[in-house]
Design a protein around this ligand. Structure first.
Ligand code: ADQ
Length: 489
């Protein structure tokens, strides 16, 4: 048959996430917008090319006055962003409460709030109501931007009700939902009160995506066990309606990093850092300061390594960059103090008059600084206790074309399934094992480092953020065609 070239207009993609990719701060009548750090933002930055993308989400600030809302909305619109206005109480109940105090720990196997965490908050029921109300507000914001033919892509555990509210408004809307965290074993998930309502709401989406096959399988098991619906190789079937469930491993935009390494600004940072750390091997951790990242476990392993390897004490430095997040939550404040205490102890024990073994920063780095520090690193340490994917490991690999350093990676990060063959995999709870892996990594022969890097680099440069989004959206388009076919039959 003859193939006709079909001119297709660029598809409009409405990306809905709790947070917009920018943070806004007010300066009188003006707004200052800054790109925020985080996995979701990094991944979606690499997506823009093939779609006309609009972002819908919360700008991270409470703007009670109408004038402020108008000026901020105008500044955001210039960047393709459209805000959802959340007041302080909603943020407290929905975001700090149900999202970060209930779903986040549950999905990362920390479990539901115990008494001390519950006491500080109101009941789960109240938070759950606020969660639904907030999701409805997001739905209205999406609806006001929606045009026929648009694809709506909802992101993460904050917005599990969004597919349902959108479908209630317009059943023809193409709606996909992607989870950036792990989906836990159904044995953990089923401890959640109101577990059915949340699952049913997500199942109204046309396509549901996870980072790994395991998370998708856990989700399907939760649906079959809790809702009594049928699990099929394609997804979940309920009374003849199939919701497709699949794995779509996320990636980064590797070119953005590779090209940055060639710029003068990054090159001069690299020179400065090399001079600063001359004569020492550099180990690196880059994490949001979150309990899931296993920062205390990483520090304890490094301490054990120094204890047992006297000769290495003045020959290695661990640079740990920890961006503070959720700083108003008690558990995060406690974690910060704990990390500071361990860093202080290790530096006290093993430091000298001129140097300390850990260089710890409580802040985020600018992109060019981050690239430079990735490039000069000999060993990167990712010790997440649970992590949906972990993009830091991907970014490190992308920046190692020269050095071909070693990645030590937790087996509990989704990335272990894609970079497992090139990395040294560890159980972060096993401090002795991680300490030994540090030694193996620091002494690894060049040939083995090259081989491991080649494997990882191949993966990172082929499984990109763009490919992730293209695959998800094209599957989403297909699921609708299937649904339409069924109604035609
Ligand atoms: P995060 O938990 O934020 O993402 P990760 O995937 O590692 O984790 O992404 C972190 C991003 O923030 C990276 O792009 C990194 O460069 C940046 N970042 C972290 N610390 C920084 C610092 N100190 N300075 C500057 N930038 C910093 C969530 C899930 C992950 C999942 C992603 C994407 O928890 O498991 O991989 O979403 O789905």
């Amino acid at each position: 048959p003859h193939e006709f070239p079909i001119e297709r207009p660029t598809q409009r993609l409405l990306v809905v996430a709790n947070r917009l990719p920018v943070s806004a701060t007010r300066k009188g009548d003006d707004w200052h917008l800054e790109l925020s750090a985080g996995g979701l933002v990094s991944a979606l930055l690499g997506v823009k090319q093939n779609f006309e993308t609009r972002w819908i989400g919360w700008a991270g600030v409470n703007v009670p006055d109408e004038h402020g809302q108008q000026t901020l909305a105008a500044a955001l619109a210039e960047n393709g962003c459209f805000p959802v206005w959340l007041d302080d109480d909603t943020v407290d109940q929905y975001y700090n409460g149900y999202c970060n105090n209930v779903l986040w720990p549950l999905f990362h196997y920390i479990g539901l709030p115990q008494e001390d965490r519950l006491a500080a908050t109101r009941s789960l029921q109240t938070q759950f109501k606020a969660y639904k109300v907030a999701n409805e507000m997001f739905a209205r914001a999406v609806y006001s931007q929606y045009q026929e033919g648009d694809v709506v892509w909802c992101h993460d555990y904050h917005l599990m009700f969004l597919p349902k509210f959108l479908k209630d408004m317009n059943s023809q809307m193409k709606v996909g939902w992607f989870l950036h965290t792990p989906f836990p074993s159904s044995e953990i998930y089923r401890t959640l009160p109101l577990r059915s309502e949340l699952l049913k709401a997500v199942l109204t989406a046309d396509l549901i995506g996870f980072h790994t096959y395991d998370y998708a399988r856990h989700f399907v098991s939760a649906c079959t066990r809790i809702l009594g619906v049928e699990g099929t190789p394609e997804g979940v079937e309920d009374q003849g309606k199939l919701t497709r469930v699949a794995a779509f491993p996320i990636g980064i935009d590797p070119q953005r990093f590779i090209e940055a390494l060639e710029t003068d600004v990054v090159k001069s940072h690299i020179q400065e850092l090399r001079a600063r750390f001359a004569g020492r091997k550099v180990m690196l951790g880059v994490d949001r300061l979150d309990m899931i990242k296993g920062i205390p476990q990483k520090l304890l392993a490094f301490e054990k390594f120094l204890e047992e390897n006297i000769d290495w004490r003045d020959k290695v430095i661990l640079v740990q960059i920890a961006v503070p997040t959720r700083t108003d939550v008690y558990e995060y404040q406690r974690l910060t103090s704990q990390v500071h205490e361990i860093v202080g102890r290790i530096n006290g024990r093993f430091g000298t008059l001129t140097t300390v073994p850990i260089h710890h920063l409580d802040r985020s780095l600018a992109f060019h600084e981050l690239c430079a520090v990735y490039a000069i690193t000999d060993v990167a340490l990712v010790t997440s206790l649970r992590d949906g994917m972990n993009l830091v490991s991907y970014e490190f690999v992308a920046c190692q074309t020269q050095k071909k350093g070693v990645l030590i990676l937790s087996e509990f990060a989704g990335a272990a399934q894609s970079l497992g063959a090139g990395a040294i995999l560890v159980n972060p709870w096993n401090v002795s094992d991680v300490a030994m892996s540090i030694e193996d990594a620091l002494t690894m022969k060049e040939a083995e480092r090259n081989e491991r890097h080649r494997h990882n680099f191949m993966h990172v440069t082929t499984h990109t953020a763009q490919a992730w989004a293209d695959t998800f959206v094209s599957e989403l388009n297909d699921t609708i065609v299937e649904a339409e076919l069924r109604t035609l039959r």
